[in-house]
Design a protein around this ligand. Structure first.
Ligand code: URA
Length: 249
C-alpha cells in the first residue's frame, strides 16, 4: 500500500495532508532518508516528525473509563473518545468500544479497530466473565447470592433467564458480581430486582484482563501476553481463536 494511503488510514490526515507531510520531509525512514507519498515501507521503519507510528491495524487498547463518559460517538455529552488521541478517531477502520459501560459506570473498557475481535467480544455467545464492584444503597439481605446463582432469575421485560452469576459479599453494602453475559444495565437491574439500588459501579476485569494500576482516564495498548490470554480464553470457551492482524503498507 502506498505510504500516503497507509498514513491516512492511521489517522495522520487525509491523503492530501499526508502528501504535504511527505513533501515537507516530515516522513522519514528509520535509516534516515526522506519518504515520498508513493513510497512503500514497513510500519516499524516509518517515522513522522521523528516519532514511530501509532499502533498498526489490529490495535486493541484498554481504557480506564471514568464515570460520566459515554461509550458512543454521537451523544451530546462527554464521550470516552475525548480520552484518546484525536488521531485514533480518524483511523479507518474506526476504533470502536467493544461493548458498553453505562455513563455512570467506571472501569475496564476495551476499544479496537479489529471488527471480528470486537464482534467476538460483544457476542452474546461469548461468555467471558466480567467482574463488577457494586456499592449499594441498602444492606444486602443475604439471599441475593442464591438468587443470582440460580440460573432462573428473570429481569423485568425479558423472557430468557439470566445465566448464573457469582456474588461475593465484600461488606454490608458492597459486593463483587461476576457475570458471563452483558445485558442492558444488567448489574443495576439485578440489584433492583432484589430490592436494592446500585450507587456506584466499577468493572475491574474482563476475561483474563484486569485494570491493574491503570489510572482513571488513562489508556494503554494490550500487550502480546494479554492478547494471547484473550485468545486462550476464547478457545477454552469453545470459540475459534481470532487473529490480530499486523499489516504493513
Ligand atoms: N451492568 C450495568 O448495570 N451497567 C454497566 O455499565 C455494566 C453492567
Amino acid at each position: 500500500m502506498k505510504l500516503s494511503r497507509y498514513l491516512a488510514s492511521l489517522g495522520y490526515g487525509n491523503r492530501r495532508d499526508v502528501e504535504r507531510l511527505c513533501a515537507e520531509g516530515r516522513v522519514t525512514h528509520r535509516a534516515g532518508r526522506r519518504l515520498a507519498a508513493a513510497d512503500q515501507a514497513t510500519h516499524d521503519d516509518i517515522l513522522v516528525d521523528g516519532e514511530p507510528l501509532d499502533m498498526p491495524p489490529g490495535m486493541v487498547i484498554m481504557l480506564h473509563k471514568p464515570a460520566g463518559f459515554v461509550c458512543s460517538t454521537s451523544e451530546a455529552t462527554r464521550l470516552v473518545y475525548e480520552l484518546l488521541p484525536a488521531r485514533f478517531l480518524r483511523r479507518t477502520p474506526v476504533v470502536a468500544a467493544a461493548g458498553r459501560l453505562d455513563r455512570d459506570t467506571s472501569g475496564l473498557l476495551l476499544l479496537t479497530d479489529d471488527g471480528p475481535l470486537n464482534h467476538r467480544l460483544t457476542s452474546p455467545r461469548t461468555h467471558l466473565p466480567k467482574i463488577y464492584d457494586a456499592r449499594l444503597a441498602a444492606d444486602l439481605r443475604g439471599d441475593e447470592g442464591a438468587t443470582f446463582a440460580s440460573g432462573t432469575m428473570r429481569l423485568e421485560g425479558e423472557a430468557g433467564a439470566l445465566c448464573p452469576a457469582t456474588l461475593d459479599v465484600l461488606g454490608p453494602r458492597h459486593a463483587r458480581l461476576t457475570l458471563t453475559e452483558g445485558r442492558y444495565h444488567q448489574v443495576r437491574r439485578m440489584f433492583a430486582a432484589v430490592g436494592n439500588h446500585v450507587t456506584a459501579l466499577h468493572r475491574s476485569a474482563l476475561g483474563p484482563l484486569s485494570l491493574g494500576q491503570l489510572p482513571s482516564g488513562e489508556w494503554r495498548v494490550l500487550g502480546d501476553h494479554e492478547l494471547q490470554a484473550l485468545r486462550d480464553a476464547f478457545a477454552s470457551a469453545g470459540r475459534p481463536p481470532f487473529s490480530v492482524p499486523r499489516s504493513a503498507p
